[in-house]
Design a protein around this ligand. Structure first.
Ligand SMILES: Nc1ncnc2c1ncn2[C@@H]1O[C@H](COP(=O)(O)OP(=O)(O)OP(=O)(O)O)[C@@H](O)[C@H]1O
Length: 639
């Protein structure tokens, strides 16, 4: 630390005294002599050499404080210094004047009172007054001047005798002590400042601090980026040259805090927080934090992704779609093409054909693949809940609403894809809202007012003929056209020829692994049987059948008999006849379910539920329909 202290004196005696002190204390402090004229240059040189604090005396200390930006410590004049000087001066003449800068005057006053000799005491605060002071002293008959280096020089110039004020070594020691304390405080202050700067620069938002006058005292790199300031120096500039929301800042300077204010800035928006810096209850300045709307959206997306990881991801890709029939290959090719654009796709096809599989694959082949994929089954949620689930709700929107509100599926899907399955089931009132969202690309939460911009690709699916629904007035024509910018038709399994074989092998292999059944092969009779079946529940039905057959299979070769066992009401009853034809009516029964009279449908569904012990999934499997079809049916039938 001592290397950062330097001494500069214009009096050789003081230099010698200081050298003695420094040597005695074993310090490494630089000591320089300079005449009065060269003091400024000598001080600047010392700063260049690394001095962080300078010790000087009297008028020179005053002079240095005027232009140096580092602290200057003055060696004090002491009572004894003056007493000694007066004694020396008295030997020359009794007509004595002490000419001192203000620091010395208090010690000198005590000497005058003590001696009571009518010694003249002159306080000087500016070099320019020396000449005039000496002239006046000559007129008054003064013969000896006691003073520092400057006073002595001027006294001699006007023909007066001069006596120096010597420097007490203890005063030098005290000055060194003071310099060390000041340096320690300076280091602590700098370390705090550097910490604050580091905090500012690692904060994920722009931060600006201003003083009471509204002048900028600090701003971090992100604030520069947000405000487009480049490297332009802004310290000391008034905030209104860069920040266009004076009402918030002025209120903060009056002591109020603001959080999450939205301010317009260059055709975009900024989220602004602004808090006053309070000292003894009064605002001494303010700190403003800024976030660009775009950055907030990116951050939100990342957070959402972290929170939702696993929950809203699409697992499947085009590669996971099994089957090489021409119709399926065409559908895959079209899906791949659709993945390269951002338009809405309407995916149509019978239940269980793989519409969601295709939706996931489109998402995963698109540029949004790293963003959320949110699948919503419009038929599976009660109408009353669907709106708030889709669009979210604002704090206190309805009784029981979580106090902080909730983001809806559209917000969750921000940056990614939303898959609206069973879109044909969307209530008409929500159809109008959805249309607005698709057109405006922004949502307003239920019970809220704030417009939230969203960037979401919409994929919708239906197993209904939507145009028929439009004709019946159940589906808005404008929404239909908005959704069907691109259409992807997934062919039913019966139109895919060889796919049944491929899929059967795939599913049997999968379930054999899952249940560790060790099935080595699938006998040709099993595959032929499967190929001869109509599969109204399409791939889902085939997968379910394969699962049951694997569980029932007792050997390493899965045969037609295992398939037949699986067909008969699932795991319970063995088939009465091994003939393929005997199996078909059961499948067709499932197929027919949907066209049976309502009463019969009701009976069968109730029965299936009883059989399934209340499980919707199992009941759907027993009936050979998808869960959502079953859900829809139950809703229609009021079950
Ligand atoms: N080509 C395929 N390859 C592998 N698995 C498939 C294929 N097609 C469908 N599946 C599987 O069949 C099941 C049903 O598919 P998916 O849910 O995508 O059908 P969906 O048409 O959306 O049905 P719904 O209309 O009932 O919602 C899923 O388990 C899916 O993984």
């Amino acid at each position: 630390m001592d290397e950062s202290i330097a001494m500069l004196f214009t009096n050789r005696a003081t230099v010698i005294e200081a050298q003695r002190v420094v040597e005695r204390l074993g310090l490494k402090i630089k000591i320089r002599f300079s005449d009065h004229a060269g003091a400024r240059g000598a001080a600047e040189q010392l700063v260049e050499e690394g001095a962080r604090i300078i010790i000087s005396r009297g008028g020179v200390a005053n002079l240095l404080r005027g232009f140096l930006t580092i602290p200057v410590v003055a060696v004090e004049y002491r009572y004894g210094d003056f007493a000694q000087a007066i004694e020396n001066a008295s030997k020359i003449s009794k007509k004595i004047a002490i000419v001192s800068f203000n620091q010395g005057i208090h010690a000198a006053l005590r000497v005058e009172q003590y001696l009571g000799q009518g010694i003249k005491l002159i306080q000087i605060d500016d070099f320019s007054r020396f000449d005039q002071t000496m002239l006046q002293l000559c007129e008054e008959g003064i013969e000896v001047v006691i003073g520092g280096h400057s006073a002595q020089t001027f006294a001699r110039k006007h023909g007066l005798q001069s006596v120096p004020i010597m420097t007490d070594p203890h005063a030098i020691e005290t000055a060194i002590e003071e310099a060390r304390h000041t340096l320690t405080a300076l280091y602590q202050y700098e370390s705090k400042m550097q910490t604050i700067l580091a905090i500012l620069n690692c904060a994920p938002c722009g931060i600006i601090s201003i003083n009471r006058e509204g002048r900028i005292t600090n701003l971090n790199t992100i604030a520069r980026e947000i405000l487009g300031l480049g490297a332009q120096p802004v310290d000391g500039m008034h905030y209104n040259t860069v920040l266009p929301f004076p009402e918030i800042i002025e209120s903060a300077l009056a002591g109020r805090s603001f959080f999450r204010r939205v301010a317009e800035y260059r055709e975009s928006f900024l989220a602004v927080n602004c808090v006053p810096v309070l000292v003894d209850g009064a605002a001494e300045g303010a700190v403003i934090s800024l976030q660009g709307a775009h950055e907030i959206q990116i951050m939100e997306g990342k957070i959402r992704k972290q929170i939702l990881s696993g929950g809203h991801v699409a697992k499947n890709t085009l590669k996971s779609i099994i089957g090489s029939s021409e119709t399926l290959r065409q559908a895959k090719k079209m899906a791949f093409t659709y993945a390269s654009v951002d338009s809405t796709v309407l995916i149509t096809g019978e239940t269980g054909t793989g519409k969601e599989l295709f939706a996931q694959s489109i998402h995963n082949a698109s540029t949004r693949q790293k963003e959320p994929f949110v699948a919503v089954n419009c038929a599976a949620l009660p109408e009353a809940l669907l709106e708030s689930e889709l669009f979210g709700y604002e704090r206190g929107a309805f009784t029981g609403a979580r106090s902080d509100g909730k983001s809806g599926f559209f917000e969750i899907a921000h940056g990614g894809t939303i898959f609206l399955d069973e879109i044909g089931e969307l209530p008409v009132a929500l159809q109008a809202r959805l249309l607005r969202v698709l057109q405006e690309k922004e949502i307003v939460r239920v019970g809220g007012e704030k417009v939230i911009p969203i960037d979401v690709r919409v994929l919708a699916a239906t197993n209904r003929n939507l145009l028929d629904e439009v004709a019946k007035g159940n589906f808005r024509a404008d929404l239909y056209y908005r959704l069907s910018v691109l259409v992807l038709q997934i062919p039913p399994l019966r139109a895919r020829g060889g796919d049944i074989r491929e899929l059967a092998e795939y599913f049997i292999g999968q379930f054999s692994n899952k249940y560790t059944r060790g099935i080595r092969s699938i006998r040709e009779d099993a595959l032929t049987l499967l190929e001869s079946m109509p599969f109204p529940g399409n791939v889902r039905e085939l997968a379910n059948l394969a699962e049951r057959a694997v569980v029932l299979c007792q050997s390493a070769d899965l045969c037609a008999e295992d398939i037949r066992s699986a067909l008969v009401g699932g795991l319970k009853t063995p088939p009465e006849s091994p003939a393929v034809s005997a199996c078909l009516p059961r499948l067709r029964e499932a197929d027919r379910l949907l066209s049976l009279p309502a009463e019969e449908q009701r009976r069968r569904i109730t029965h299936a539920f009883e059989e399934a012990g209340g499980s919707q999934q199992l009941a759907a499997e027993i009936l050979g329909v998808s869960r959502t079809t079953l859900w829809r049916k139950r809703k229609e039938l009021g079950l």
